[in-house]
Design a binder for this molecule. Structure first.
Ligand code: IVH
Length: 675
């Protein structure tokens, strides 16, 4: 038992907290401090001393709780109460006006009507959702896939621009605040200098640095990076109501956040377009990175009427600033080999900063492109980031040629395995023919476990390269048979990291069917086509057995894709791979996304208790993929409680309330997990 707290101490602690919170707000949100740093530190120390003396005084929202939490082993997953959507893009004013046209058509309004829009800067950082319960910051999560994110509460607590308690008179029972965590350009430069001095690789851009800092298992590292946050909206809310988006921003500002600075209420799309033009010119003046303007219908009633398509609201659009172009010199042209064996020429350049990140490599796509642009080694070139991500060479500044430039020739052998590289008639791409080419294997395995595929955290290029080099794996399925001893034999692999790899592989075993199809890396089968195929065929067996004609009849699957799929499943190697995956216990959750709306768990709330044979995050993922919701506590509204070994008090509670209790096996059957 901790010692009783005298009333005077309690009062003093409350007073200090109130003052410290106020000064935090002045300093971090308003940039207008009222007291010196020394005075602030004194208050903080006094509070720390009080809390050390009377631990019962420590509350989760105390300013002292912003730092010093012990490192976590991994993040728990959090299901967002309302999903975090993404936005459609407009790349020019024409597309912005087309958006306005669609809005009016859907609302049945005449074309000459003027809609009120809020225009806000699109901050380039990491999207997070903050949950406030009765005004207290209780949970912070990353966006994740929009439905489930990672619990990064401890790290977000260290960010001074996030109030631990809402500064409003009567706080609502529930409020999810949505915004972007980012790093100032100066702070980004400071962190990179520090990293380089310590011999660590610098972050490529402020967004990566912000994401890396928030997704830190050790929150004291996050605390050392001065992250900031700008809020632009809310998710679920109880006990507060708004009629207009601009009211939400005003409320957030009063509650202690930085709410979309420089935002503007625009009467009609032309005013919004003018705002976009203005900030396209001015955005580099800002101390943080922005990549466009978000234009939103201001009326929430109209927003509701418009709704959303797939994952983007119909009432908002992101106007993207045009990519920046920079000039640099091509030092070399190298050839990289991808997972399909494609040989891609890549320009190696003098490092140059384009749209906020350092660029050294730019794809030249294929040999025809090199010839068409006539890029030579030694050339001065213009580069930009295509779609703002992949750097590419736009053109050569021929006036800068000295005559010492060298022409590039595409090799006819694979630079990795030495096998012949062939360019079939009528195709632009040259491919390595070596079936055992390590570059292809590496790429295939990386793809298999990548985010859009099986999404196994921690199974990255460095680990895969070692496994391939040591001949421990010959295909993606082999990873599931690795033992801890084998992993411990690798470089920089201690017991804990080996266990993490095994856990991560275990939790990757039940992806949706679409993800599994995509993971196989069939040529021409991207994420979207994989979803179409999953919907149409329903199982891997049926897809593998489909004839080329059947495949070609599938909407969006033309003869080229059909031929590629049929050829893939005809191969002996493919059959072996599928068989091995089956033996490893890899099986898709059915019915995949398309069935989720009417799946067995659609609309159901599920609570887990006790030890399951699969990680909790995976079980929650399964519920979600079936259209259900995983909750953490049992109430009358809970539909199922799944009891593992040694179930806890939730089991008792479920019995009291008469909630259906399932064993793990029953749950698996209900969710349609085979095996
Ligand atoms: S509104 C339902 N406003 O951009 C619409 N998003 O592609 C929710 N972002 O993931 C987004 N600044 O993280 C909105 N002022 C702003 C924003 C903003 C940055 C990010 C956001 C979202 C992404 C949309």
């Amino acid at each position: 038992m901790s010692r009783p707290v005298p009333a005077s101490a309690r009062k003093r602690a409350e007073e200090l907290r109130r003052q410290i919170n106020y000064h935090n707000y002045r300093y971090h949100v308003l940039d207008a401090p009222e007291v010196s740093d020394a005075e602030y530190d004194r208050m903080m120390r006094e509070l720390e001393d009080l809390e050390a003396k009377y631990p019962a005084l420590v509350t989760p929202d105390s300013p002292t709780q912003r730092v010093g939490a012990p490192p976590l082993e991994q993040f728990a997953s959090v299901v967002h109460r309302t999903p975090m959507l993404s936005l459609g893009n407009a790349f020019d004013e024409g597309e912005l006006r087309a958006f306005d046209g669609r809005v009016k058509r859907q609302l049945g309004l005449p074309a000459e009507e003027r809609i009120d829009y809020m225009a806000e800067l699109k901050v380039d950082g990491l999207a997070v959702s903050l949950t406030y319960e009765n005004g207290v910051f209780t949970r912070g999560a990353t966006r994740g896939d929009g439905f489930t994110g990672e619990d990064v509460t401890l790290n977000l607590r260290t960010i001074r621009a996030i109030p631990l308690r809402l500064l409003v008179e009567s706080p609502p029972p529930l409020l999810e605040v949505r915004g972007e965590v980012y790093l100032d350009k100066r702070e980004f430069a400071r962190i990179n200098q520090e990293r380089e001095a310590a011999g660590e690789p610098p972050f490529a851009n402020p967004r990566n640095a912000a994401a890396g800092s928030v997704r830190q298992l050790d929150s004291s590292i996050t605390a050392r990076r001065r992250l900031d946050m700008i809020c632009y909206g809310i998710g679920a809310a109880e006990g507060v109501e708004f009629d207009y988006h601009h009211e939400i921003l005003e409320y957030l500002e009063q509650a202690g956040f930085k709410a979309s600075p420089h935002s503007k209420l625009c009467r009609g799309i032309e005013e919004a377009a003018a705002y976009c033009r203005e900030w396209q010119e001015r955005h580099r003046e800002l101390t943080y990175g922005t990549d466009g303007v978000v234009v939103k219908v201001d009326s929430l009633a109209l927003q509701r009427e418009l709704g959303h398509v797939s994952r983007s609201p119909r009432w908002a659009i992101a106007y993207k600033f045009p990519p920046e172009e920079e000039v640099t010199v091509v030092k070399d042209i190298i050839v990289s080999v991808g997972r399909t064996g494609a040989l891609t020429p890549v320009a190696v350049m003098e490092p140059v900063v384009v749209s906020g990140s350092t660029v050294q490599h730019a794809t030249l796509h294929n040999e025809d492109e090199v010839a068409r642009k006539d890029v030579r080694i030694g050339d001065t070139v213009v580069v930009r980031k295509a779609g703002d991500v992949i750097p590419e060479v736009v053109s050569v500044i021929t006036s800068k040629r000295t005559g010492r430039e060298r022409k590039f020739e595409m090799p006819t052998r694979c630079p990795v395995c030495g096998a012949e590289a062939i360019r079939p008639e009528g195709e632009a791409v040259r491919r390595c023919t070596g079936i055992a080419c390590p570059a292809q294997l590496l790429g295939r395995i990386e793809h298999f476990f990548s985010r859009g595929a099986l999404n196994a955290d921690g199974i990255g290029p460095a680990l895969i390269a070692q496994l391939v080099a040591k001949k421990l794996v010959r295909d993606p399925a082999d990873l599931f048979f690795l033992t801890k001893e084998q992993l411990l034999g690798l470089e920089r692999m201690a017991d804990k990291s080996a266990q993490n790899v095994l856990d991560s592989l275990e939790s990757a075993k039940h992806p949706t069917l679409a993800r599994l199809i995509y993971a196989l890396g069939i040529r021409h089968v991207g994420e979207h086509v994989a979803e179409v195929l999953a919907d149409r065929f329903g199982s891997l067996e049926r897809l593998a057995g489909a004839s080329e004609e059947e495949l070609a009849e599938t909407p969006e699957v033309g003869p080229t894709i059909a031929a590629s799929i049929a050829a893939f499943f005809r191969q002996e190697q493919t059959r072996e791979l599928l068989e091995k995956l089956r033996r490893a216990g890899v099986s898709p959750v059915v019915p995949a996304a398309a069935g989720a709306a009417e799946g067995p768990l659609a609309g159901k709330t599920v609570v887990f208790t006790g030890a399951l044979s699969m990680p909790r995050a995976q079980a929650e993922q399964i519920v979600k993929s079936q259209g259900g919701r995983a909750a953490s506590s049992v109430s009358k509204r809970t539909d199922y409680v799944v009891a593992g070994e040694k179930p806890g008090s939730k089991y008792e509670r479920a019995r009291e309330l008469g909630v259906t209790i399932l064993t793990e096996d029953e749950f698996r059957r209900l969710a349609g997990i085979e095996g």
